[in-house]
Design a protein around this ligand. Structure first.
Ligand code: SAM
Length: 215
């Protein structure tokens, strides 16, 4: 699976995407992530990428030229959908993340900044918009990382245990519910004991307890 990310702040991705599970997935060539700085595509002599909104109002808007050229450039080698991270889009869910992981081989993720992108880019080049929740962030970089993380968990080979994502909260196996509580050693901590059934070795009873504690 390939992700091309278009952003004004490529450095923001380095620490998160280059640690732990996503680092290993890239090393094992299961996922490939490429960052592109939108500013590099600006034809403005000061490399400007934003301007004031027509009609007035607060904030700046990302200008169409650098976005158009950057997306067109990436589309030459990535035939996947162009997804604009946006609070106006439908929300990323467990089901949607799983569908993305199984249905498509590559994605182009566009991270907005300021008040967002010029509407003509949305009309011309955006295939989908995705929101990570009903709140507004300062940019699309965190949403793009959330998207890659959530989708990657469903790609075979990314997680150590191949069934893990299928047993997580919201999965079909849990009937769409949220997972039961987890305990590990020690058996008692600050006076709180692990429920006896979990140390009983009785798998049928453990299964029953876990089912009862789904939310
Ligand atoms: N003016 C826009 C509005 O009210 O809908 C918000 C712009 S926001 C400050 C800047 C950028 O952050 C957006 O263009 C988008 O790329 C990203 N963003 C902010 N919140 C987001 C969310 N909940 N989900 C996905 N992207 C988001």
């Amino acid at each position: 699976m390939k992700f091309d990310i278009l952003t004004l702040f490529p450095e923001m991705f380095n620490s998160y995407l280059n640690e732990s599970i996503l680092k290993r997935a890239q090393k094992n060539k299961i996922i490939k992530i490429k960052l592109h700085n939108i500013r590099d595509f600006s034809k403005d002599k000061h490399k400007k990428t934003d301007d004031t909104p027509y009609g007035g109002g607060a904030g700046m808007v990302m200008t169409p030229q650098p976005l158009y050229d950057a997306i067109k450039y990436v589309k030459r080698t990535n035939k996947g959908p162009v997804i604009y991270m946006s609070p106006k889009g439908p929300k990323l869910t467990h089901t949607r993340a799983k569908r993305y992981a199984t249905g498509t081989k590559s994605f182009i993720l566009l991270c907005g900044r300021y008040e967002g992108i010029d509407e003509r880019i949305r009309e011309l080049l955006i295939d989908e918009e995705i929101s990570i929740g009903d709140y507004v962030l300062t940019g699309g970089e965190l949403p793009a990382m959330v998207f890659i993380d959530a989708v990657s968990r469903f790609i075979p080979g990314v997680l150590h245990d191949k069934d893990s994502a299928e047993e997580d909260s919201f999965s079909r196996k849990l009937g769409g519910k949220k997972e039961y509580p987890h305990y590990t050693k020690p058996a008692e901590f600050k006076g709180l004991k692990v429920p006896a059934v979990l140390t009983s070795g009785n798998h049928k009873e453990i299964e029953k307890w876990r089912k009862k504690h789904l939310k």
